[in-house]
Design a protein around this ligand. Structure first.
Ligand code: C2E
Ligand code: CA
Ligand code: CA
Length: 631
């Protein structure tokens, strides 16, 4: 049942239950009121009438026996007269009058009274025969009046009242039964719904395997139990490499079927012993209470391979696994997961369909990175740090120009671990949530460094800063405006370099950020072009100004004609889109001649200069520009 229809059904159930309840209550109240009113009225009027009639008869007997005087008799006569008059002509008694021949009988009795009116006015002596005859007549009619009373209480009218009470009770019972049934149905629907929600909150809807969040919770529990029972646990993370290509080439339906198929394989092989989860888009995890997971993995890889024949005939996709063990290699569930992920990264670097067990080498690498992260956090508190600093590599125009560009490159000379490669610093920062802080530190440091350049150099340079993933957010333009306020360079002298991976991660947001930056006259260069997604199709939709062709295309461009062919075509296409092309990694004069011949506008590489520390940059620029040369 769809989301809306469920609410409609529930709404209708509640409305019909409410209507049923109220209508039953209303009809019950009406019937009982009607019956009570009728019973009260008829009982009262007839009882009064019989009473007065009997009193009259008794008074007549007493008078005749000489035990009462005439006044009492005439009072009883008047009261009986009134009672009958009211009964015969009153509106309230109309209903009682109309049944069981009540009107005719009382009319008869009333006539009897009327006939003896003169007798009451001139009351004869007690032994008068007229009085005896009248007494006899009154006594004769008395049983009829009694009978009328009985009929009124027990006759069909009264039974009809009882019947309608009974009918109403029956009606209410039905309604209540329906209400109870509807309540049961509603409770069942709510129960089913909440059970579904509960299941979906813990499982992946596609494979019905445990989802990432729930898997991590269970992993924590199982690790705790294992530590108490002194058991060994093996965690295996399996990632389907290049899975997106199945989606792209054969459609999402095939992609989904492949994931479901793989989920089935895992369930069949490990369902009884292992905890199985889908922990990412193409990532699965197995937690097995034993050592021997590695003996089982080759079979899984084989089965997966046959599954692939169905969904990926071209065999682009393959499986990689990383394995770690608790408590041998680690002391917490978090570490167990981290180590399996690290082993997985190593497996990815090896041949396809490979598994890698976390080893001591990886452990020492992990410890080193953890230590580096702690030191980096401390270093980021020091804006003038001598260990963490920026180098600047010149970028020259092919055409003679009085302007020089430069790329700011991060350096870390660690007292213990020596030189730490910039990509590793960035990786560690991103992994440990320091990406943002590092980004801020870099911008502050670059603008501070530029502040020490002579003003005639500042006017003639532009500087490119590399962005890491966590820096490329919607608040980047605002942040940069703040930094640039205290910087010696103008907005148009700043270039931001970002890779395709970062730019295409969230295309719509990237477009938004880039448009805002372009509005502020900050330029954007797409870095390492050719190593990632490398599609020129999306470039027209992004506000990019420059394209930096990766150095791997430039190196040996003089020896490999295919490199030359690629660089030429990339350059032509970029020019068609109005972009400036920069060749990175130009090391020799031959390479320079070739890329210049192709039409590349800017050159960066060891041929001109290696990245320079600030004092060397100042000397380099001083050699290039003479203070008097007009800019
Ligand atoms: P990148 O952005 O592509 O930077 C260019 C890299 O190529 C630099 O390496 C540079 O030293 C090197 N290079 C320049 N010319 C030549 C050449 O002729 N031959 C050779 N073999 N290499 C050359 P570096 O400084 O080691 O940086 C490596 C990567 O680290 C950078 O690649 C960039 O992705 C990243 N990185 C460096 N500094 C920063 C930074 O401040 N922020 C961010 N987010 N990333 C940075
Ligand atoms: Ca760069
Ligand atoms: Ca680059």
């Amino acid at each position: 049942m769809g989301g809306y229809s469920k609410f409609i059904v529930l709404g209708l159930l509640i409305i019909s239950m409410t209507i049923g309840m109220f209508s039953s209550l209303y009809s019950f109240q009406e019937v009982s009121q009607r019956i009570t009113a009728h019973t009260t009225l008829s009982a009262w009027s007839l009882a009064q009438l019989e009473l007065e009639y009997q009193k009259l008869s008794t008074e007549l007997q007493l008078y005749r026996a000489g035990k009462s005087d005439g006044d009492k008799l005439s009072l009883a006569y008047d009261l009986a007269w009134n009672r009958m008059d009211v009964f015969l002509h009153g509106e309230e008694s109309a209903a009682v009058r109309s049944q069981f021949g009540a009107e005719a009988l009382i009319q008869k009795v009333f006539l009897l009274l009327q006939q003896h009116e003169s007798l009451i006015e001139n009351l004869p002596s007690p032994d008068s025969p007229e009085l005896a005859a009248w007494e006899q007549q009154l006594l004769t009619l008395q049983p009829d009046i009694r009978q009328l009373m009985i009929q009124n209480f027990t006759g069909p009218g009264a039974t009809r009242g009882m019947d309608s009470i009974e009918a109403t009770v029956k009606h209410i019972s039905w309604v209540l039964a329906v209400v109870a049934l509807l309540s049961l149905l509603m409770s069942y629907l709510l129960f089913r719904e909440s059970r579904q929600h509960w299941f979906l909150s813990l499982h992946d809807p596609l494979t019905t395997l445990t989802n990432r969040a729930h898997f991590l919770t269970l992993l924590k529990e199982r690790c705790y139990q294992a530590s108490v029972k002194r058991q060994v646990l093996s965690l295996c993370i399996l990632d389907i490499q290049r899975f997106n290509e199945v989606n792209d080439l054969f459609g999402y339906q095939n992609g989904d079927a492949l994931l479901q198929g793989f989920g089935r394989i895992l369930r069949l092989r490990f369902g009884k012993t292992a905890l199985i989860g889908r922990t990412g888009g193409s990532e699965f995890a197995l937690l097995i209470p034993q050592h021997e997971v590695t003996t089982l993995l080759p079979d899984v890889l084989k089965e997966f391979d046959s599954l692939l024949r169905e969904y990926d005939p071209a065999h682009r996709v393959y499986l990689c696994c990383g394995v770690s063990t608790y408590p041998e290699q680690c002391s917490t569930d978090g570490e167990l997961y981290q180590f399996a992920e690290q082993a997985l990264s190593a497996a990815k670097k090896n041949s396809p369909n490979h598994y890698q067990v976390f080893n001591t080498c990886m452990l020492s690498d992990f410890q080193r990175r953890r230590e580096l992260a702690t030191h980096l956090r401390a270093e980021l508190q020091v804006p003038d740090s001598a260990k963490l600093f920026m180098c600047y590599q010149p970028v020259h125009s092919v055409q003679p120009s009085e302007k020089v560009g430069m790329e700011a490159l991060l350096r870390w000379r660690h007292p213990l671990f020596g030189f730490v490669a910039p990509p590793e610093i960035i990786e560690i920062a991103e992994e440990h949530g320091l990406g943002d802080a590092l980004g801020d530190w870099i911008f502050r440091r670059v603008f501070k460094d530029l502040g020490s350049l002579p003003f005639w150099q500042i006017e003639r340079i532009s500087v490119a800063v590399n962005l890491s993933e966590s820096m490329f957010t919607l608040n980047l333009p605002t942040k940069l405006n703040q930094f640039l306020r205290n910087s010696p360079i103008l907005h148009e002298q700043l270039i931001l370099e970002l890779t395709e991976t970062i730019a295409l991660h969230d295309f719509a947001t990237s477009q938004q950020i880039m448009r805002a930056l372009q509005k502020d006259n900050i330029r954007i260069a797409l870095d390492d072009f050719g190593t990632g997604f490398s599609s020129l199709a999306y470039l027209k939709d992004l506000s990019v100004d420059k394209l930096k062709i990766d150095k791997s295309f430039i190196q040996q461009i003089d020896l490999d004609p295919r490199q030359l062919y690629l660089v030429r075509h990339i350059t032509e296409l970029a020019h068609d889109l109005g972009l400036t092309v920069v060749a990175e990694g130009v090391e020799t004069a031959v390479e320079l001649d070739i890329v210049a011949g192709i039409g590349v506008e800017e050159i960066q590489g060891y041929h001109y200069s290696r990245p320079l520390e600030l004092p060397h940059l100042i000397s380099y620029l001083a050699k290039h520009f003479h203070p008097e040369t007009p800019s």
